[in-house]
Design a protein around this ligand. Structure first.
Ligand SMILES: Cc1cc2nc3c(=O)[nH]c(=O)nc-3n(C[C@H](O)[C@H](O)[C@H](O)COP(=O)(O)O)c2cc1C
Length: 215
């Protein structure tokens, strides 16, 4: 049965950018194209934007960890305050049903800004798939599109495939959060000669044009 637009469930896309640069950022350019195409295919649905590249997420600190380790019912108001941002980020994740993340590769993996984000959203009391033997499934039905940019080619056969710690890391951590529907689009060879760089961007854009409208 096909649902009409009015019957279709309301959707929300969380769009996140992690590049610290605006001018010339390839990942921002590609994630924005993805969002525009998704919006055309899903008019009147919600898009929430979070820019951790230029508004960095703080690293977790001592009071955060103390709160994380305390049982929720033992948390004082001060402890609640220490994880308030974490709660906000998790609420934002849960309110969306799909995500597009634009992430540059830095030193073979995600930028530290994105690692700080992961540390804030991975919480045993809220998002870990398995908590004390009990299944929690907050992210299980969600889907994630990761658009990465990098200078070199790490694809199978490139000779560098064992140095891509970005994709295996993201897959592992989001699987632990219960999210297994993950697609990657890699724009690589971005420091190569202009023709090769353009070809790589064109290939990424072709994939985005194909996948964004059906995401
Ligand atoms: C600090 C830093 C580390 C980087 N590390 C890598 C790397 O390990 N491998 C790689 O292929 N490219 C690396 N690059 C290149 C970036 O991934 C590339 O410039 C990418 O386009 C950055 O994304 P953006 O254009 O959205 O800012 C690095 C760039 C910077 C600034």
């Amino acid at each position: 049965m096909t649902l009409s637009t009015s019957q279709a469930p309301h959707r929300c896309l969380l769009h996140l950018d992690a590049s610290p640069r605006h001018d010339g950022s390839f990942s921002r350019q590609l994630s924005q194209i993805f969002v525009s195409l998704w919006q055309q295919a899903n008019p009147n649905h919600d898009i929430v934007y979070r820019d951790i590249g230029t508004s960095p997420i703080p690293h977790i600190d001592e009071s955060w960890v103390a709160t994380y380790e305390a049982e929720p019912e033992q948390r004082t108001p001060q402890m609640q305050a220490a994880i308030a941002l974490s709660d906000t980020l998790i609420d934002e994740l849960m309110a969306a049903d799909c995500y597009v993340f634009g992430i540059p590769m830095y030193n073979l993996t995600v930028p530290s800004s994105f690692k700080a984000y992961i540390d804030q959203i991975a919480r045993r009391d809220r998002t870990l798939h398995l908590n004390n033997g009990t299944l929690q499934e907050p992210l299980q039905a969600k889907k994630l599109m990761v658009i990465t940019t990098r200078k070199f080619n790490y694809r199978p056969g490139s000779g560098r495939e064992d140095r891509d710690f970005l994709q295996p890391y993201l897959t592992a951590i989001f699987n632990i959060l219960g999210l297994t529907d993950i697609t990657y689009i890699h724009a690589d060879r971005l420091a190569s000669d202009p023709a090769e760089q353009q070809q790589s961007m064109n290939d990424a854009m072709t994939a985005i044009h194909r996948l964004a409208p059906i995401f």
